[in-house]
Design a protein around this ligand. Structure first.
Ligand code: GLU
Length: 509
């Protein structure tokens, strides 16, 4: 690529960041990094009615958590400031006016009531489309139908107006999508979209094209839901800047509901009990909190990995990829055309794999916070790290470290006596009494020595160790779970081991 690659993520700050949005960022980011290019974040906030307080900060927090650092943005600065469209308002008008002057756009003075009347009329006529397009525009209140003097008079009088693109009917707009290949848009299905609103703000369509041009964007990858807007954007590129400088486009496949029936929405997550947002999102209007992947205990490495393979693979069986590997292997042309079904169980599998793969020090702080929020003060960092090593195989989400490991810090709250009682007898009772005596006198306290003495006493009493290990586990842990039982005894220490065995013996009848 001769020109420096420049990609952008252009979110509208309207709420929580859907995992599909993060995947869009990821694919842009991977492509940029692979080609030593720049990744730009531009805030598209021209629709003031949809603006939500806190959404912009939240987007940057999510990107930070995911390790997707922009090269240029509102936060990171850059040569094309401002990166927030509302602050670029003065830039856009001249382009809209230029389009009017060249006959590709026009002033429309229609009031909301007139527009409503137009739709009503189309409905009564049984028209399949209620759009403002070549069928109706010559009967509307716009500069195409009015005489030049009439238009000028309305403008001079300060009559509110919008500027609309003039779409010519019966034409085809050819376009090459890096994922979908050649596409031909039929202009008969495209309406005369508003480019500049009555308040002087551009609409998304005008602003996205102008800014992609001014910010020298070379590649634009965005969700499939924007495909219907592409013909308008292509025409704007053609009329304003020329198709030779237009970015290359790719429309990413949708992320589908687990059953494959339509796009995955926040509501599906609420209904099926899994997050859809990257991080917790607190709606400032309702104060309702929607859970995020981070807060339920995902590692960012796992989140990135699972998003990368939603619609892409490198053509091999490999599933676990680090960011570095993704940068090396990612190829936009290998992204699938069809939607990718989201499977939460598979998502958790990725997290489990990353928990095992990474050094515990990497996520120690988060696990420590989970213990502390459950009332266990961590005073010995190495002890918690040792516990984490012992239980990490059993953890899928970070809070599992607490459920799998709290007994290393305090005696279990309840003991599953029912699991010991039915097979309990005097011989077992005597075994544990003898074991207590031996262990009380023991000067060495590590897993191997404890196992040796345990087996010796069992053999001397002609008991099978297999039948004794489960009761011992339940005494120490409270239930049938946890890592190796001698590792547990070795780690919690002599005093805790003896106290817990004595306590359970006192409960057994
Ligand atoms: N502002 C659009 C959005 O909210 C950006 C779409 C695009 O990338 O062109 O997703």
């Amino acid at each position: 690529m001769s020109q420096k690659v420049r990609v952008r993520f252009a979110p509208s700050p309207t709420g929580g960041l859907h995992l599909g949005g993060v995947r869009t960022v990821l694919f842009n980011y991977l492509f940029a990094k692979k080609h030593s290019g720049d990744f730009i974040v531009r805030i598209e906030d021209t629709d003031q009615s949809r603006f939500v307080v806190g959404a912009e900060t939240y987007i940057f927090d999510c990107l930070k958590w995911c390790g997707l650092t922009p090269d240029e943005s509102v936060v990171h600065g850059g040569p094309y400031t401002p990166y927030r469209q509302s602050e670029r308002k003065v830039i856009y008008r001249q382009y809209a006016e230029q389009l009017v002057k060249n006959g590709h756009a026009y002033y429309a003075f229609d009031t909301p009531a007139e527009l409503e009347k137009m739709r009503e009329l189309l409905k009564t006529k049984g028209s399949s489309s209620l759009q403002y397009d070549h069928h109706v525009r010559m009967s509307m209140n716009n500069s195409l139908r009015l005489l030049a003097e009439e238009t000028q008079h309305l403008l001079d009088a300060g009559t509110p107006y919008v500027i609309r693109i003039k779409i010519l009917p019966n034409d085809f707009i050819p376009f090459k999508d890096l994922i979908r290949g050649d596409i031909n848009f039929d202009t008969n299905t495209v309406d005369d979209k508003v480019l500049l609103k009555a308040d002087g703000m551009p609409t998304y369509h005008l602003a996205v094209v102008v800014d992609d041009f001014l910010m020298k964007i070379t590649h634009a990858f965005r969700g499939e839901e924007w495909l219907p807007s592409a013909p308008v954007h292509i025409l704007l590129w053609k009329h304003l800047f020329g198709l030779d400088v237009m970015p290359q486009w790719a429309h990413l496949p949708l992320i589908l509901k687990p059953d494959g029936n339509g796009k995955l929405s926040k509501r599906d997550g609420d209904r099926l009990g899994f997050p859809v947002y990257a991080m917790d999102w607190s709606d400032p209007g309702t104060n309702e909190i929607t859970k995020g992947f981070k807060e339920i205990g995902f590692l960012p490495e796992a989140f990135i990995n699972l998003l990368a393979v939603l619609g892409w693979n490198d053509g091999t069986e490999q599933e676990i990829f680090s960011m570095e590997e993704l940068i090396e292997k990612f190829n936009i042309e290998k992204v699938h055309k069809g939607g990718a079904k989201f499977d939460f169980e598979k998502a958790k599998w990725f997290n489990h794999e990353w928990i095992k793969k990474l050094a515990v020090a990497h996520y120690y702080q988060r696990v420590k916070n989970i213990f502390e929020s459950n009332g266990i003060d961590i005073t010995d960092e190495n002890y918690l790290k040792k516990v984490m090593e012992l239980v990490k195989e059993r953890c899928t989400l970070l809070p599992d470290f607490y459920t799998q490991g709290s007994f290393f810090f305090r005696a279990p709250v309840s003991i599953d006596i029912a699991a010991i009682q039915p097979k309990w007898d005097d011989k077992k009772n005597l075994f544990f009494i003898e074991l207590l005596k031996t262990w009380e006198l023991s000067t060495l306290w590590d897993a191997t020595d404890l196992e040796v003495s345990f087996r010796e006493i069992a053999a001397a009493n002609q008991l099978k160790t297999g039948e004794l290990m489960l009761p011992l586990r339940i005494m120490l842990v409270g239930g049938k779970f946890g890592p190796g039982v001698f590792e547990i005894a070795g780690t919690i220490g002599k005093e805790a081991t003896i106290t817990r065995i004595e306590h359970t013996l006192s409960l057994i009848e």
